[in-house]
Design a protein around this ligand. Structure first.
Ligand SMILES: Cc1cc2nc3c(=O)[nH]c(=O)nc-3n(C[C@H](O)[C@H](O)[C@H](O)COP(=O)(O)O)c2cc1C
Length: 183
């Protein structure tokens, strides 16, 4: 099973991207997690660009997101919600309405912040907009609080309990993707 990992942060030292790298390392057998880094290259959503020849970054989003069995999003919280770049990507992923890559797509949401709440508001908003976009949101929020203390200088996860929760989330996605196999 192929899971794309989409970070809502473009920052080189992003804790959310570190979280997704840790998820890739914690993945159970049969689950391959691949970081998708196309958010920063997307144009601002414009309905006029939806025509037959979309810009290359949009074409790539459509192709890659459609081909994935599931997508895990890691969102920072900016001013109490989802960063604009991530919202923009979700908007692109929700169109064209009848052939959108997010339609019925299995998705999960995690989030990290240096504060006490672990991007909880952003995760709640992201779950909402993914649901409105037609995705199937599975699992619960996974708030990573005090994220600056959870990784070492090389970005490796230091928290074993969190590693277990990431693995469990991926197992939940895998079970949703292949209920017969999980039974
Ligand atoms: C524009 C901006 C707004 C922010 N707003 C919030 C916020 O509302 N709540 C919060 O917990 N952290 C907020 N932060 C701090 C981010 O959580 C912090 O920068 C975090 O490390 C960003 O995620 P990243 O490490 O993946 O880049 C904000 C940061 C920026 C740059």
């Amino acid at each position: 099973m192929k899971v794309l990992a989409v970070s809502g942060s473009l920052r080189a030292g992003s804790h959310n991207t570190e979280l997704l790298r840790a998820a890739a390392e914690a993945a159970p057998a049969g689950v391959e997690v691949e970081l998708w880094e196309g958010i920063g290259g997307l144009p601002l959503y414009d309905q006029d660009l939806e025509a037959s020849a979309p810009p290359e970054p949009v074409r790539r989003l459509r192709e890659d997101w459609a081909a994935a069995d599931a997508i895990v999003f890691a969102t920072p919280e900016y001013n109490g919600s989802v960063p604009g770049g991530l919202k923009n990507a979700v908007d692109w992923g929700s169109r064209p309405r009848l052939a959108a890559p997010l339609t019925n797509k299995l998705v999960a949401v995690v989030g990290a912040s240096p504060g006490q709440f672990g991007a909880l508001w952003a995760q709640a908003d992201l779950r909402k907009i993914l649901g409105v976009a037609g995705a199937r949101v599975v699992g619960d929020e996974l708030p990573v609080t005090r994220a600056h203390e959870k990784f070492d200088a090389e970005g490796r996860l230091l928290d074993e309990e969190l590693r277990g929760r990431l693995r469990l989330l991926l197992e939940t996605l895998a079970a949703e993707a292949s209920p017969a196999l999980a039974a």
